[in-house]
Design a protein around this ligand. Structure first.
Ligand SMILES: Nc1nc2c(ncn2[C@@H]2O[C@H](COP(=O)(O)OP(=O)(O)OP(=O)(O)O)[C@@H](O)[C@H]2O)c(=O)[nH]1
Ligand SMILES: [Mg+2]
Length: 294
């Protein structure tokens, strides 16, 4: 039996469903998702190892146009760098929604030297499926991909078919990582991201991107994972939003984070959250490095 393995970059503009699709493809929640654009900030590998293959998915921040802040430049750089050095590119679009940012992604993709699978996601949202065909034709005019694949990330038969398509394009080679690896990131990193996911889901409307999470303490104490994390905000006024009326918001963030983390770690978790102001972190290269954006 031949064994296949390789890196698959999943790229596209923010909010098209890259992280959702990767979680579905590997069958485990690893990458954080939310209804807000620019949820993913760091490149992360999600590894799926089976008897006959190892797929290493590279989740990337959405390529976007607003480049003003240092963090935006960092995110775009991470995303475009991921297009090189992979074996397959999955480029994700959203059904019937081509934007200027998709045109920007197209520019990066057009120089790619590896097979590109162009996926049109969220087709479950279309009321009339017949309207998809003209969109696919329009897309095919802009870019001739090896494969054009409409799907819904939530549809198991779609993700199964996509997995087979990816497998077809992977080179024959042994595993790249140990079979029991699921990511290149540390447990602590994933835990911090899960907390940030809850913040994005509940508060992104109030504080778009001015949030980051740092784990201050992480230790196993009699089978219980003890976690102390600090939520950094940009301004003092944002601190009270995160804490909420009588501390309600922070409590909710804490309890939802605990559930996700327990699911991921498969052990009991105790979590304590603090909120601190670190002014201007999202536009300060030095602070970005200190907070792990390097
Ligand atoms: N209806 C529908 N919603 C989807 C589908 N795939 C993803 N979504 C939703 O789209 C939103 C964005 O999903 P993400 O996976 O966070 O998108 P992303 O491309 O990783 O976004 P960034 O990390 O910000 O670049 C979430 O609310 C998802 O639940 C789909 O196939 N159908
Ligand atoms: Mg994402």
């Amino acid at each position: 039996m031949t064994h296949k393995a390789g890196f698959i970059a999943v790229v596209g503009r923010p909010n098209v469903g890259k992280s959702t699709l990767i979680n579905e493809l590997i069958g485990q929640k690893l990458s954080i998702t939310s209804h807000r654009p620019q949820t993913t900030r760091h490149r992360i590998h999600a590894i799926d190892t089976r008897e006959n293959y190892q797929m290493v998915f590279v989740d990337t921040p959405g390529i976007h146009i607003n480049n003003a802040k240092a963090i935006n430049a960092y995110m775009n750089k991470m995303a475009s760098a991921s297009i090189d050095d992979v074996d397959v590119i999955v480029w994700l679009l959203e059904a019937k929604r081509w934007t200027k940012e998709d045109t920007r992604v197209l520019k990066h993709i057009s120089t790619a030297q590896v097979p590109v699978i162009l996926c049109v996601n969220k087709i479950d949202k279309l009321k009339d499926k017949h309207t998809l065909l003209p969109f696919l034709e329009e897309v095919a005019q802009k870019y001739q991909a090896g494969d054009l694949f409409p799907l819904s990330a939530f549809d198991k038969s779609d993700t199964k078919a996509l997995r087979a398509l990816i497998l077809n394009r992977l080179p024959n080679q042994p595993n790249i990582f140990d079979a029991d690896y699921i990511t290149d990131r540390s447990e602590k990193f994933v835990v911090a991201e899960f907390i940030r996911e809850k913040l994005m889901r509940h508060l992104a409307n109030e504080l778009p991107y001015e949030l980051t999470v740092q784990i201050e303490q992480y230790k196993l104490d009699r089978q219980i994972q003890k976690i102390v994390a600090v939520i950094f905000v940009d301004r003092l006024s944002q601190k009270s939003i995160v804490i909420g009326n009588k501390g309600k918001m922070l409590k909710l963030i804490g309890s939802e984070s605990r559930q996700s983390i327990e699911n991921f770690l498969q052990r009991k978790v105790y979590i304590k959250l603090w909120v601190k102001v670190k002014q201007g972190w999202s536009n300060n290269k030095h602070l970005l490095t200190l907070l792990g954006y390097d």
